[in-house]
Design a protein around this ligand. Structure first.
Ligand code: R5P
Length: 303
């Protein structure tokens, strides 16, 4: 692997960036990130990037706007300092759920964000389990989506109770659930979900039979925990065994999520480290790392 590249970390998930750099046997690039007294973002690269390949690791995790602007500022600094190629590694892609005009007079934020990223000179985006794969269509640059299913399935394989069935929390997540089931050698059921508000969802139907079965509910993200919370209730009502495991790629874990998931029937909640865990004192929560996945992707691009 050539060494004419540098990895910078924004402030959104420096723990993950350090792990990725360690896997590749390099130090993170030197930079200074500060906030001006009025809240504006200040980014300075403290080493040259001229003609070098640059990777910036920054999930646009909450606070989304802060972290997004930081990423854009990084890319702008790199472009103006004549970096040869800029790859943004965005393990969690915020605003991905705003991918269409679902009401009148609303923006399509994912499209706007994609435009901004290209405008500041990002040449390539690598992300993990984007909310919806068609977001790639908002970009004219390459977008590579890494899948965390393997990392999560490997971590779960030896811990699942016998006869566990995989549950998709909504129809859109069925391909992901099917991939979990294939890797864990089991089958899938699907919940049909209706969103009542930003924090509450309601399960309208369950397609499949969960009677006396332990369940593994999967999703791309746990935000407020509403989807998982209503899913757990629906499964128990349908006769599932009170042995439920919850797995998601992105653990945003906003206020209230822990309460919704701290159900007596939930044995474990497993997420990846695409988002830095803020609640480190939660015995049911297990975090597995996507650092090897990201390091392999960088290695692949450099080879
Ligand atoms: C929705 O389509 C997503 O895939 C997730 O199910 C949802 O965003 C999770 O959010 P919450 O935890 O707030 O229900």
């Amino acid at each position: 692997m050539k060494n004419d590249f540098v990895i910078f970390a924004g402030t959104a998930n420096s723990e993950l960036a350090v792990k990725v750099a360690r896997k590749l046997g390099v130090e993170l690039g030197a930079c200074t990130i500060e906030r001006f007294p009025d809240g504006e973002t200040s980014v300075r690269l403290d080493e040259p990037v001229r003609k070098r390949e640059v990777f910036i690791i920054q999930p646009t995790a909450p606070p989304v706007n802060e972290h997004l602007v930081e990423l854009l500022a990084f890319a702008d600094s790199c472009r103006r300092a004549s970096a040869a190629h800029i790859t943004a590694i965005i393990p969690y892609f915020g605003y991905a759920r705003s991918d269409k005009r679902d009401r009148e007079r609303v923006p399509v934020m994912a499209s706007m964000v994609a435009d901004l990223m290209q405008r500041v000179g990002i040449h390539h985006v690598i992300t993990v389990d984007m909310h919806t794969p068609q977001l790639e269509g908002f970009f004219r640059i390459p977008v590579d989506e890494l899948a965390a299913v393997n990392v999560l399935a490997d971590a779960l394989r030896d811990r699942l109770p016998e006869q566990t069935i995989v549950v998709s929390p909504d129809v859109g997540r069925l391909p992901m659930a099917a991939e979990f089931a294939r890797r864990l050698d089991t089958s899938v059921v699907v919940l049909e979900k209706k969103r009542e508000s930003g924090t509450e969802t309601k399960v309208m139907h369950l397609v499949g039979d969960v009677r006396e079965r332990p369940c593994l509910i999967i999703d791309d993200m746990i935000s407020t925990g509403g989807t998982m919370g209503s899913g757990i209730e629906a499964l128990l009502e349908a006769g599932a065994r009170p042995e439920i495991i919850v797995a998601a790629t992105h653990g945003l874990m906003l206020t209230g999520a822990r309460e919704k998931l701290s159900h007596e029937s939930v044995r474990e909640v497993i997420v990846t480290d695409t988002i830095e865990a803020t609640d480190k004192d939660w015995p049911q929560l297990r975090v597995v790392s996507v650092a090897p996945l990201i390091a392999d992707a960088i290695r692949e691009l450099k080879s």
